[in-house]
Write a protein that binds this ligand. Sequence first.
Ligand code: DAH
Length: 372
Amino acid sequence: MSAPNSSYDPVEVTPLHPDEVARMRDEALSAIEAAGDLDELKEVRLAHASDRSPLALANREIGALPPAAKADAGKRVGGARRDVGQALKARQAVLENERDERVLVEERVDVTLPWDRTPRGARHPLTTVAERMTDVFVGMGFEVAEGPEVEAEWFNFDALNFEPDHPARTMQDTFFVENDEGGDSGMVMRTHTSPVQVRALLERELPVYVVAPGKTFRTDELDATHTPVFHQLEGLVVDRGITLAHLRGAIDAFVGAVFGEGLRTRFRASYFPFTEPSAEVDMECFVCRGSSVGNPEAPCRTCASEGWIEIGGCGVVNPRVLRAAGVDPEEYSGWAFGLGIERTLMFAHGVRDMRDMVEGDIRFSSAFGSEI
Ligand code: DAH
């Protein structure tokens, strides 16, 4: 009589014993429950749900079972693994939620808070351009001279050989400063930097080689091409044996340094009371270099197709000015120039509207960088 086949009892295979499977499952479930964050849960997943976890190893044992026992063991182990998988998924969702909430709190940005970063300022481009212009002459050995912005009429006009009825003295051009009674104080807001010429000659030993950058004032309305407060760079050389050739050389060096090497300059005869002869200084247009002249196909915005750009006035110092400053014109001679700083900035940097220079909008200055 044949006995039932009991030579292989699955109950005897320890990892597949129902109690053991339940124990492995419970151990996994409590480890999952205990995982406090996503990193810990990752460890738990490795320990209890990877290919090398006890349940996975138990699963491998099933293949060795006789067919009758396979289904039962498979159901138990499969059920346990499913439970572990679901618990992992659920815990993962809970922990991700917790993490997201924590991140939202910890990394919260209050967009309504006031901005607490002080933006870096920028020096006004007129200041930096004036310094660059001045440096060109300092590099040639000139010193920097100064004078007051509220100036005696004598320095601003008389010493510079302006006749008492010269049109520049009239109310149209000059800001006159009243005295306490509202009358004539003899003072004006200087209309140019040329009075510094006389001050420099009175204050310094000869020979004099100076430049004087500074503010000047005229009763102009503010518009795209005029401003009542503007800036000039005055230059003065008084020495023995000084000629116009030295002036030409100094102007050429300035144009080369600020606008580019090799640009031609020209002097056009003009009139200023304090120089004789006098000239307007033009430089070749650094954009078209004259190619736009008479060429409507290729107009130049920079020089308005003139080919030349006016940058200032100059001349040989009038002997009357030297005499007014106590210098003997028989022994000494000299020349002077006055360059527009606004004009230099406008041409060198393509600034089209003077109002941009005076409105004080930091965005205008910042565009020139934070040069120190
Ligand atoms: N002071 C003149 C002006 O404001 C400019 C000028 C012309 C200055 C000739 C000079 C010079 O020193 O020699 O229009």
